[in-house]
Design a protein around this ligand. Structure first.
Ligand SMILES: C[S@@+](CC[C@H](N)C(=O)[O-])C[C@H]1O[C@@H](n2cnc3c(N)ncnc32)[C@H](O)[C@@H]1O
Length: 251
């Protein structure tokens, strides 16, 4: 099972996810990077709080490293996914019996910037192990951000685009009326030309360390960079997401 666990608040876990968790024999924990220990803590809390009906094991594995220096981004991600597919295949063979039920607990929702489903497809294509799988949706960081700022993501009938920071253009409103930016390691909002846009920014949303800042981009950009850098230095990692939009009424 691939279970979305929400974006950091253990209360994000849905009733459907709790039911699914209580059918699991093995929880596969594949974390990586500097956030590893903190993400593991949230996952442990979720399992301990919600798995009440059965004995389960947690199998922790080091995720294969990704070559971030490669020129061809897509090729390097594909190679990384292949290495992970081989690892998952081995885990299934070694850790799950014929009728065993395994679960991947995915941050947020498995449909959004997460490779787990693609990797499982690749494991099936390789043909060495067969399995059925079910996807349990979770609260995404985008929903968590909007809820904490108490805003809708769009005005009536407007479009919304979700993009990684590396693809944000200086004129994001040319592409959509509301733009949500994730995976932005370089404060791409600083390159946006229109300082009148509104930004709704959040880091560690849903956790005890949550930080929220909103306002006109020209008035908030420097503050967000400063707060972001301080927080990243303090924690050793950061996860942040933001919405850019024109102020209601054109501003
Ligand atoms: C690999 S993606 C995973 C997204 C996840 N599947 C989801 O549904 O939100 C990681 C990115 O999600 C965003 N993110 C995840 N959790 C977050 C949180 N608690 N607060 C703010 N942003 C978060 C950040 O943009 C981060 O770079």
């Amino acid at each position: 099972m691939i279970i979305g666990i929400g974006a950091g608040d253990p209360d994000h876990v849905t009733v459907q996810a709790v039911r699914a968790l209580n059918r699991v024999d093995v929880v596969f924990a594949l974390d990586k990077g500097p956030a590893k220990a903190d993400l593991a803590r949230v996952r442990t809390e979720i399992c301990e709080r919600h798995i009440t009906d059965r004995a389960y094991r947690v199998v922790e594995v080091d995720d294969p490293p990704r070559d971030r220096s490669a020129d061809d981004y897509d090729a390097s991600v594909r190679a990384w996914h292949d290495a992970r597919a081989a690892l998952y295949e081995r885990l299934f063979l070694e850790e799950l019996g014929e009728d065993g039920c395994g679960a991947f607990l995915v941050w947020g929702d498995p449909s959004l910037y997460d490779g787990t489903l693609r990797i499982l497809e690749r494991v099936l294509e390789r043909g060495a192990v067969g399995f059925e799988h079910e996807v349990i949706p979770g609260i995404t960081s985008v929903q968590a951000l909007a809820a904490r700022h108490r805003i809708p993501l769009n005005g009536i009938g407007e479009t919304i685009q979700i993009t990684p920071g590396r693809r944000l253009t200086p004129d994001p409103m040319a592409e959509a009326q509301n733009v949500v930016v994730m995976l932005d390691g370089r404060c791409a909002f600083e390159e946006v030309a229109d300082g009148d846009l509104e930004i709704y920014w959040g880091a560690y949303v849903g956790t005890d360390d949550e930080i929220l800042i909103s306002g006109r981009l020209r008035e908030r950009a420097a503050e967000i960079r400063r707060v972001r850098e301080e927080a990243r230095a303090r924690h050793g990692w950061i996860m942040d997401t933001y919405l850019l939009r024109r102020p209601p009424g054109g501003g």
